[in-house]
Design a protein around this ligand. Structure first.
Ligand code: ASP
Ligand code: MG
Length: 311
């Protein structure tokens, strides 16, 4: 509900929102894969827990029966597929990487479809009546897996983005985070916590004016508040400063996540879903202020070894 409040309050005419799975869902899905590998007897009851949690959420959010039926119909089909996948994993007693990725990605499909349906209901009562669309990122983001992690195939992804986000598209596009496709069409994920990366990729694909990472803190902190109670929110910092802070242990945004935005100089805002009144932190091409030191981080339990070549 809060997410819908935030999105419907945004004045921009075109928004793309990338969502992650509901809390703990990806862990639960990967737990199912591990349980299937061991042919665990409680597989069915664990799957049932996911089932009832989703149904409860759908029931609590959607008022229109036809929307709820449609969402639950798709969900039931996914659940049947999931049961089949888990069954075959339990027979083989080992999950291949592909099966694991397919299972892990369900969480984003379910959360984004539900958000789109809920926004659809809310949009009817909204003065602007924004159009709501659902986009499966597997039709949008094409990646190649390399030793350094996933690398976006920009030309192919851009061509797809042009099809999905033509100039005539208005309103809110709800997009699955975390999942993508490979050039051969196989499904894959961007790695754990990959939804921020998805958001940055989508931002670059649509040449977004800005990318906002909605999280659970007011912004990038000048120090770890557990150790430095006086720590404050850094109102603006450069990409380099943010990368440096992240590299040295601050829980900012992951440097890899920022890369697509940095390449196109798109400003990244870090804002708090639970406190949308807070301005947040702006990470952009410019430092924003002349303050020479923006933040202090520390890395624990690390030994630093410097090796010098003998002249
Ligand atoms: N749901 C995925 C995960 O738990 C992606 C994300 O949260 O960003 O890793
Ligand atoms: Mg997450």
């Amino acid at each position: 509900r809060r997410v819908a409040d935030i999105l419907l309050a945004e004045p921009a005419e075109r928004q793309a929102v990338v969502v992650s799975a509901m809390a703990r869902t990806t862990d639960a899905l990967l737990g199912l894969v591990a349980a299937a590998e061991q042919s665990a007897p409680d597989l069915a009851s664990r799957q049932e827990a996911l089932n009832s949690r989703y149904r409860t959420t759908v029931g609590a959010l959607l008022r229109q029966q036809n929307r709820a039926d449609e969402i639950l119909g798709t969900f039931d089909a996914d659940m049947a597929d999931l049961r089949g996948l888990l069954h075959s994993i339990s027979l083989v007693r080992q999950a291949g990487e592909r099966s694991r990725d397919v299972v892990a990605g369900y969480g984003e499909l379910w959360s984004s479809r539900l958000l789109a349906a809920y926004l659809g209901e809310r949009a009817q009562a909204d003065a602007r009546k924004p159009q709501i669309r659902w986009v499966d990122a597997r039709d949008l983001i094409v990646i190649e897996r390399g030793e350094m992690g996933p690398a976006v195939r920009w030309d192919e992804s851009r061509a797809r983005a042009r099809r999905h986000f033509g100039a005539d598209i208005r309103g809110i596009s709800v997009i699955t985070g975390f999942i993508a496709s490979e050039p051969d069409g196989l499904f894959c994920t961007l790695g754990r916590n990959g939804s921020d990366f998805s958001a940055s990729i989508v931002g670059a694909l649509v040449d977004a004016e800005k990318i906002t990472i909605w999280t659970d803190v007011d912004g990038v902190m000048s120090a770890d508040p557990n150790r430095v109670p006086e720590a404050t929110i850094i109102s603006s910092l450069s990409y380099n400063e943010a990368m440096e802070l992240a590299y040295f242990g601050a829980k900012v945004i992951h440097p890899q996540t920022m890369a697509p935005a940095v390449q196109r100089s798109i400003p990244i805002w870090i804002r708090n879903t639970f406190n949308p009144a807070a301005t947040g932190s702006l990470i952009g091409p410019a430092a924003g202020s002349q303050q020479p030191i923006k933040g202090i981080t520390s890395v624990d339990d690390v030994a630093l070894v410097t090796s010098r070549e003998q002249a």
